[in-house]
Ligand binder design. Structure first.
Ligand SMILES: Nc1ncnc2c1ncn2[C@@H]1O[C@H](COP(=O)(O)OP(=O)(O)OP(=O)(O)O)[C@@H](O)[C@H]1O
Ligand SMILES: [Mg+2]
Length: 268
């Protein structure tokens, strides 16, 4: 692909071409350390994820889940192989372009919520848009709309310590979706929640996916994986199982369209 395009935006797609996967990972390897201390955390992992899919990645401790997630989220780089995110070869991006991709195309949800303390839910959700240079009034209305999606509009003024764990995680989900990213990535999002809050957060993920959002989630728990359309199992850095339970949602939303093109970083 020769088109020059902004790092925070999808590459143009040829008319009439088959749908392009959101994630296209080919023979990805990752090793840590050197010599006898070398650990092969990922061994030639290949994986395509279409828009509208909801994928759970499972596997025992040390199987490579977080390593894979960090690479998919452009938080770490692979040792070998190729990774296209929404058509962009992320290995060709520099640090600044990568941070744009992280901010615009990926919504992250972490086990530990990672909300800013002593800051209202609304301001927490506004944050990614502040980085993207969205005007204040629009930030506010979009953050409120995102809080509404997760059922917390009436808690907009509450600080994280005034919210339950499940509510805090729903604020984090609102923050992840407010930029309309191509992909929502979640690493053990229910790992710190009781079963009731787990259900609430999973309901939000299911609802988002039904609306066409693409979700990749890491989990240890069968009840969490049961919500996914596809379950991938890693053993010792390899995909050993890839089960499809339901097809991806086809009514895929436009994303990023509301985000002003404030940064015209060009990818060569
Ligand atoms: N920074 C690092 N340096 C060296 N080895 C690492 C590093 N990070 C991970 N590893 C090793 O890579 C392998 C995969 O680790 P990873 O964190 O991806 O596993 P995981 O499936 O997420 O496990 P868990 O379920 O415990 O979170 C493990 O053997 C781990 O010890
Ligand atoms: Mg992990």
């Amino acid at each position: 692909m020769s088109a020059r395009h902004a790092a925070g935006r999808p590459c143009p797609q040829e008319p009439g071409s088959p749908p392009r996967p959101v994630l296209d990972v080919r023979r990805l390897t990752k090793s840590y350390g050197i010599g006898t201390a070398r650990v092969q955390a990922l061994r030639e992992v290949s994986l395509e994820v279409e828009a509208g899919d909801f994928v759970a990645i499972m596997g025992s401790s040390g199987s490579g889940k977080s390593t894979l997630m960090n690479i998919l989220g452009c938080l770490d780089v692979p040792t070998g192989g190729r990774y296209l995110l929404d058509g962009t070869d992320v290995s060709r991006l520099d640090e600044r372009q990568l941070s744009l991709v992280r901010n615009r195309r990926i919504g992250f949800v972490f086990q530990s919520f990672n909300l800013i303390p002593r800051t209202a839910a609304l301001a927490n959700v506004e944050l990614p848009m502040a980085y993207a240079g969205v005007a204040r009034a629009e930030r506010r209305s979009r953050a409120l709309a995102a809080l509404k999606v997760v059922g917390l509009a009436e808690r907009a003024d509450h600080r994280p310590n005034e919210l339950s764990g499940g509510q805090q995680q729903r604020v984090a989900v609102a923050r992840a979706l407010v930029t309309s990213p191509a992909l929502i990535l979640a690493d053990e999002p229910t790992g710190n929640l009781d079963s009731r809050s787990t259900e609430d957060v999973l309901d939000v993920f299911s609802q988002l996916n039904d609306l066409g959002r693409t979700i990749v989630l890491i989990t240890h728990e069968d009840e969490v994986a049961a919500r996914a359309r596809r379950v991938i199992r890693l053993v010792d850095g390899r995909i050993v199982q890839d089960d499809r339970m339901a097809p991806p949602v086809t009514a895929v939303p436009e994303y990023g369209s509301e985000t002003p093109d404030v940064d015209r970083e060009v990818v060569r």
